[in-house]
Ligand binder design. Structure first.
Ligand code: GLN
Length: 511
């Protein structure tokens, strides 16, 4: 195992800038790590060694010629398969897009490449980002690097597991209902959902367009901020992308880690997010973290958000409605899989056979539900009501942010569960999203960072911070400060406790 894979992106950047290592060496080290452990972890759906090494060498050549490069230039990056790229297939975890090659790069990927980041692979995910465990991938599940018998969360379990297993220092994800934050929590990594519109969705295979947001995954708050800065900003290809001058998230993270930025910070704890069913060890880890935060001079304020208890119900009507419409384009004519049933080649029969073969059970369930919720006679009762609840949740947030600067909660009600233990019952997965969904419904930013392990199972617990729209930098400042408190308490950064670092825990010697 090369020592290079242990470095954070910030540390690796410094070595690259000082020319102590080349991007080719760093890229090679991570590709070797993937070759060593990914048969067990299953974080990647595709790699393209030749293209990745060529990109790395190109960055090295630019550096050698004295060109001024971005801070992350030469650092390897894993890309969730929801983002289309020209260098590898883009499937969104679905059979219906098996082998699909995009003619263009998603804007987030294009921006990352322009910043000199080197794409090293496409990561596994629940099909079309529908799920909370990555078990809904058509290509098999991803496993949690903390315990290979457990799920890494979802839908971005591949990206979270890739950074958690030291296969990549950075990864891109998408968060429609928690798919960056919840896997971060379950794998002991960091992930952020930017303000809706903060990062372009162009080239992100759409799930629910009013909720989808692209964002960064890493092992530290600073690394997450560095990647956030590299991909944020207006894009005329995405009409919902915000045309604002974002402050530097990196500067916010650096100032948070060095200063006493928690002093006087008003931290809200929403009574309705401490829901029944929060695992005891998650609750106690969260309370312990709150005590550490309070000891730094932050004010902990209990707040009410009476409509949050309807968030899961509203989300699971809005999301399927939008998804049923977005997924109508997989009609076997324009994209992907085409199945021609024997003896009948009408457009309808081909479309129906292709969709039957190409979509998995959860995707079909949501298409059926969404089509029903949008149909004449039911629209007002379901989709219309859900939209009203969405407004009420937005008002709950607005009222809360009159009293507090940030809201804190456990990122997910539980730690990572055993593969298969939800037994295909989608409700159990849906309920795990109760803590992350409100932020998507309101379009506000959220960040998850590890705060320890649960007493009963020794698995990572994440703390979620939320802030008003446009205030992403506040999350990085506070997040970096909390990360420092946890590091001081434990005597080492959280990621150094990852069992994936013990040579025998993953790879040939495991199990
Ligand atoms: N678990 C959520 C869902 O299944 C998360 C989706 C997401 O953020 N992509 O819809």
């Amino acid at each position: 195992m090369s020592e290079l894979i242990r470095l954070t992106a910030a540390e690796l950047s410094a070595k690259l800038a000082a020319r102590e290592v080349s991007s080719e060496e760093a890229t090679r080290a991570h590709l070797d790590r993937i070759a060593e452990v990914d048969a067990e972890v299953g974080a990647f759906l595709a790699t393209n060694e030749e293209a990745s090494l060529a990109a790395a060498r190109a960055v090295d050549a630019r550096r050698a010629s004295g060109e001024e490069l971005g801070e992350l230039a030469g650092v390897p990056l894993a890309v969730k398969d929801v983002l289309v790229t020209t260098d590898m297939p883009s499937t969104s975890g679905s059979r219906i897009l098996e082998g699909y090659m995009s003619p263009y790069d998603a804007t987030a990927v294009a921006k990352a490449r322009a910043a000199g980041l080197v794409s090293i692979g496409k990561t596994n995910m629940d099909e079309f980002a529908m799920g909370s465990s990555t078990e809904n991938s058509a290509y098999g599940p991803t496993r949690n690097p903390w315990d290979l018998e457990r799920v890494p969360g979802g839908s971005g379990g591949g990206s979270a597991a890739a950074v958690g297993a030291f296969e990549a220092p950075l990864a891109l994800g998408s968060d429609t209902g928690g798919s960056i934050r919840q896997p971060a929590a379950l794998t002991g990594t960091v992930g952020a959902k930017p303000t809706y519109g903060g990062v372009s969705r162009y080239g992100a295979i759409a799930l629910a367009s009013s909720l989808d947001q692209i964002g960064p995954c890493a092992r530290t708050v600073l690394d997450t901020a560095l990647l956030h800065d590299a991909i944020a900003g207006h894009d005329h290809h995405d009409s919902t992308s915000l045309d604002v001058a974002w402050p530097s998230m990196t500067a916010a993270a650096r100032s948070g880690a060095s200063g006493d930025s928690l002093r006087g910070l008003r931290v809200g704890v929403v009574r309705q997010l401490m829901i029944e069913g929060v695992q005891a060890g998650v609750k106690s880890s969260f309370e312990e973290a709150l005590a550490l935060i309070a000891a730094q001079g932050a004010e902990i304020v209990e707040i009410d958000a009476p409509h949050f208890e309807y968030a899961v119900a509203a989300y699971y009507l809005i999301l399927p409605s939008e998804a049923s419409s977005n997924l109508a384009k997989y009609d076997s004519v324009r994209f992907g899989l085409r199945v021609v049933p024997e003896g009948s080649g009408t457009v309808e029969s081909v479309m129906s056979a292709s969709r039957e073969a190409g979509f998995g059970a959860e995707v079909k369930r949501r298409i059926i539900l969404g089509t029903y919720a949008l149909s004449a006679g039911y629209y007002d009762a379901y989709y219309g009501s859900a939209q009203k609840v969405r407004t009420l949740i937005q008002r709950d947030f607005a009222a809360a942010f009159e009293q507090v600067d940030v809201i804190a909660s456990p990122t997910a009600p539980t730690t990572a569960w055993r593969l298969g233990s939800h037994g295909g019952d989608p409700m159990q997965d849906y309920l795990n999203d109760a803590t992350t969904i409100p932020a998507n419904l309101a379009g506000i930013p959220g960040l998850s960072l590890p705060i320890g392990t649960a007493v009963e199972d020794g698995l990572p617990v994440g703390l979620q911070l939320m802030a008003p729209a446009f205030e992403d930098a506040r999350l990085y400042r506070a997040g970096a400060a909390i990360e420092r408190l946890i590091e001081d308490r434990d005597g080492q950064p959280f990621w150094e406790q990852a069992p994936a670092l013990a040579p025998a825990s993953i790879g040939k010697a495991a199990r």
